[in-house]
Ligand binder design. Structure first.
Ligand SMILES: [Mg+2]
Length: 236
C-alpha cells in the first residue's frame, strides 16, 4: 500500500528547541524594571494587548516583542520612562537574539528518524534572521528537505507549502507545540496535526483541540517527540 503520509512538517520554536522560556525571563526583567509604575499582573495584560495590536505590523518574534515592551513602558509611565530603562529593554532583546540554542529532548532523533522515511520540512514563523541563526546553530539544518519561514501559519499557507514540497496537504502531517498555529490549520487543510505541548503556551497561541469528528480523527497529541516515529508508522 502506498504511504498515506509522505511529508512531515516540523515547527521550530518550542517543538525542536526552547524559546518561550526566554520570553518569560525577559518579561520578568521587564516587570522588575517597571515595578514602581505597575503591578506585574497589570503590566502583563498591557503588554499582551500591545503585542496583539502590533502583531499585524511586526509579525512574530523578538524585535516586535521589544517594541511592544517599549510601547507599554511609555504608556504605563505616562511617557516618563527613563531612557536608561529603554536601553535595558533593548539590551534584553539583543541578549535573546544571541541566546544559544538548546534542543528539546528527542528533537534530533525524531527528525533524523523521520527524515529517513519521509520528506521533512521545517515550518516556522518569527524574525527571518533570528530563525535562520537558530536553525544554523541547532545543527539540524541538513536534515530538512526544505525550510519555510512564514509570517502566518494558516490553512492556505500550509496547503501551499505541502503542495510545493510534497504531495499536497492531504498527505502531510504537521508537528508542533501550538494548537492554533501548528495543529488546527494543517488539519483544516486536509492533513494531520500532532500537538506536542511544551510548557505553558503564549496566550496569543491558545486554542481548543478540533471539535469536528473528521478533524478530530486526524488529530493526535504526544507528551514528547520520542513517540513521533511510531505514530507516523501507525498512521501509514
Ligand atoms: Mg512553536
Amino acid at each position: 500500500m502506498p504511504q498515506k503520509v509522505t511529508t512531515i512538517g516540523f515547527d521550530a520554536d518550542d517543538t525542536l528547541w526552547h524559546n518561550e522560556v526566554f520570553f518569560r525571563v525577559t518579561q520578568e526583567r521587564f516587570a522588575s524594571l517597571l515595578r514602581d509604575y505597575a503591578e506585574p499582573g497589570d503590566l502583563e495584560t498591557r503588554l499582551l494587548a500591545a503585542e496583539q495590536r502590533n502583531i499585524g505590523h511586526y509579525g512574530f518574534g523578538i524585535k516586535g516583542f521589544v517594541l511592544s515592551m517599549i510601547e507599554t513602558a511609555i504608556e504605563i509611565t505616562d511617557a516618563r520612562v527613563p531612557a536608561a530603562t529603554i536601553r535595558e529593554l533593548i539590551d534584553a532583546g539583543q541578549e535573546m537574539l544571541r541566546h544559544p540554542i538548546d534542543l528539546l529532548p528527542h528533537a534530533r532523533a525524531a527528525v533524523e528518524s523521520t527524515a529517513r522515511t519521509h520528506r521533512v520540512i521545517l515550518i516556522t514563523k518569527g524574525d527571518l534572521l533570528d530563525q535562520e541563526r537558530k536553525l544554523a546553530q541547532s545543527g539540524l539544518g541538513d536534515l530538512f528537505d526544505a525550510v519555510e519561514i512564514v509570517s502566518a501559519k494558516t490553512a492556505t499557507v500550509y496547503a501551499g507549502i505541502f503542495a510545493r514540497h510534497g504531495n499536497g496537504a492531504d498527505r502531510a502531517l504537521m508537528v508542533g507545540n501550538s494548537m492554533k498555529s501548528d495543529v488546527l490549520p494543517p488539519i483544516e487543510a486536509g492533513g494531520w496535526g500532532v500537538f506536542v505541548p511544551q510548557g505553558p503556551a503564549w496566550a496569543l497561541e491558545h486554542a481548543e483541540p478540533p471539535a469536528r469528528d473528521d478533524h478530530a480523527a486526524r488529530f493526535h497529541q504526544l507528551d514528547d517527540l520520542a513517540a513521533l516515529p511510531a505514530l507516523i508508522d501507525a498512521i501509514g
